[in-house]
Design a protein around this ligand. Structure first.
Ligand code: FES
Ligand code: FES
Length: 181
């Protein structure tokens, strides 16, 4: 049994303590926002905050996470209002989105310790791989997130997940009833 705090909740995993944290989060805790990419520490898709530091959860065992505070992408904010999340949406720095949770985690750790990062600070602190190649937008988004964190700029919160019913109604052609013009 391994105990830790995940997204502000006490959690005990009844699993082999040598299990990678990534698998415990995804398979046992159903926190599937944390992604499996390479499984070897290269891509960063699996990054989570451990005691505030962005770490690759594929490389940490449950035993190593014992007693620590883990934050996954699901726990970063309730409503996607974290400055990095807002800026990623505003700068359209997301394509397929597979790398995005790991990037947001890495960027949030950076902004917490350095809210005015240079491009080279970002490249060093956010080494995550993105097959869609959003890197230039990513730099803009993370610097913008820093301005939001420093209260130099405001971005209205990202819209809630899902489709607005009004938009859905516009997208679906009106049902035609026989006999009507
Ligand atoms: S899955 Fe962990 S670094 Fe790629
Ligand atoms: S947005 Fe597709 S892998 Fe990064």
């Amino acid at each position: 049994m391994t105990s830790m705090t995940v997204n502000d909740r006490p959690v005990r995993f009844d699993m082999d303590p040598q299990t990678p944290l990534l698998w415990a989060l995804r398979d046992a805790a159903n926190l599937t926002g944390t992604k499996y990419g390479c499984g070897e520490g290269d891509c960063g898709a699996c990054m989570v905050l451990v005691d505030g530091e962005a770490l690759r959860s594929c490389l940490i065992t449950l035993a190593e996470a014992e007693g620590r505070f883990v934050t996954t992408i699901e726990g970063l904010s309730d409503d996607r209002s974290h400055p990095v999340q807002q800026a990623m949406v505003a700068e359209q720095a997301i394509q397929c989105g597979y790398c995005t949770p790991g990037i947001v985690i890495a960027a949030s750790a950076l902004i917490a310790r350095n809210p005015d990062p240079s491009e080279s600070d970002i490249k060093e602190a956010v080494p995550n791989l993105c097959r869609c190649g959003v890197y230039p937008r990513l730099v803009r988004a993370i610097q913008r997130a820093g301005r939001v964190a420093r209260r130099r700029e405001r971005i209205s919160a990202a819209p809630a997940p899902g489709i607005d019913p009004a938009d859905a109604a516009r997208a679906v052609p009106a049902l035609r009833v026989d006999g009507e013009d």
